[in-house]
Design a protein around this ligand. Structure first.
Ligand SMILES: C[S@@+](CC[C@H](N)C(=O)[O-])C[C@H]1O[C@@H](n2cnc3c(N)ncnc32)[C@H](O)[C@@H]1O
Length: 355
């Protein structure tokens, strides 16, 4: 999405875009979709159940129906498929972890001016508590559980047997890679509280026997072990250029000759460093929540990788609509015997193998 604002009307429309998000968040705050469940409700009955006014609810439900998230029949409302599943706490596909995170963002973004003035995160004195880390890790799992398998299907790990998911959080990506590549073993590296969640998620998953865990603060400690591949997904933006530089050097030291460092993040791609808009907006989150984080251009990240000793830095193209971020993967190699893994698995190469 590239939005240009050149007229007053476009400015007004852009600012007024808060209205629908607020309506959606109020529905989540009421846990409306769980209450609606698989029944059809009249406004008076649902208002009684949710303990809200009939007037307020009828306006809210009308707006939810207008965007298709509820369905209206006569004077009654029922859930859409999305409402009945991912937004419904009683359904196994519920993505409550991520919904809780985005609910909390409304109050955080209200405080943007504070961060703008201080240059510091809004809760800069609050330590990263294990409770917060657990919730955040569930949120990351609920965010990526569909994207991770789609991405795993497009990255070849042929010839690689060891993967480190650095800052892997819930291990959703590591598990998706393991599910796709039967000869691969993976280690998820993160903080203790995040790894507890990763273990809970993995315990029902077939690939758990090929998964191990490493508790480490990789922003200050060397990475033990040697790996064929290090996957660094959605971590780059948390840190300043200097911090990432130091992490890149640690990653380099933990890769075998010819090993690959694959970075996934919200890269900027144009010469001026403005686009995609989503990547620039994501930098605002980093201002609110981190001390030195930002989003970076693919070209400056490439330069840091080369300064850390990596070679052959190149983007990994993915099918449109299957990406976590637009143009969001960069791959770099440690000098040494070239791994057979740099070839992206295309449909035709997969087909040939399976024949
Ligand atoms: C935004 S999450 C990304 C999770 C996952 N890689 C993904 O792409 O969905 C960043 C993760 O990096 C972890 N992390 C950040 N800095 C870290 C550090 N210095 N040591 C260990 N883990 C760290 C966080 O705890 C968190 O789980």
């Amino acid at each position: 999405m590239t939005q240009r604002i050149t007229t007053f009307d476009e400015f007004r429309d852009a600012v007024s875009a808060y209205r629908l998000p607020r309506v959606l968040l109020v529905a989540l705050e009421l846990d409306l979709f769980s209450t609606v469940g698989d029944r059809s409700w009249t406004i008076p009955d649902l208002a009684k159940e949710l303990k809200v006014s009939e007037r307020g609810l009828s306006i809210l439900c009308r707006n939810l129906a207008a965007v298709g998230i509820l369905q209206k029949k006569g004077a009654s409302y029922k859930n859409s498929r999305l409402g009945a599943t991912a937004l419904n706490a009683d359904h196994r596909a519920y993505r409550g972890g991520y919904l809780n995170l985005i609910k909390s963002h409304w109050a955080d973004w209200i405080r943007l001016l504070e961060s703008m003035r201080s240059g510091l995160p809004i809760d800069h004195d609050t330590p990263d508590s294990p409770d917060y880390r657990r919730q955040f890790t569930w949120a990351m799992h609920h965010r990526t559980l569909e994207i991770a398998p789609a991405i795993a299907a497009q990255i070849s790990f042929a010839g690689s047997t060891t993967l480190l998911d650095l800052g892997g959080g819930p291990g959703t990506y590591a598990m998706a890679f393991l599910a796709k590549h039967p000869l691969l073993r993976a280690t998820v590296c993160d903080r203790e509280a995040a790894l507890e969640v990763a273990k809970e998620i993995a315990c029902t998953h077939k690939v758990r026997r090929r998964l191990s865990y490493l508790t480490l603060d990789f922003s200050s400690e060397p990475i033990p072990g040697t790996y064929d591949v290090i996957w660094y997904s959605n971590v780059l933006h948390i840190y300043s250029p200097e911090e990432n530089h130091a992490i890149f050097r640690r990653a380099w030291a933990a890769l075998r000759p010819g090993g690959r460092f694959i970075i996934q993040d919200a890269f900027l791609h144009d010469r001026k460093g403005l686009y995609p808009v989503e990547a620039s907006l994501f930098a605002v989150s980093m201002l609110l929540f981190t001390r030195g984080g930002n989003t970076y251009s693919a070209s400056e990240t490439t330069r840091w990788l080369k300064e850390a000793g990596f070679i052959s830095v190149k983007p990994v193209p993915l099918k449109e609509g299957t990406e976590d971020w637009e143009g969001g993967i960069l791959e770099a190699s440690v000098p040494g015997p070239r791994p057979k893994t740099t070839v992206r698995q295309t449909r035709s190469s997969r087909d040939k193998k399976s024949r």
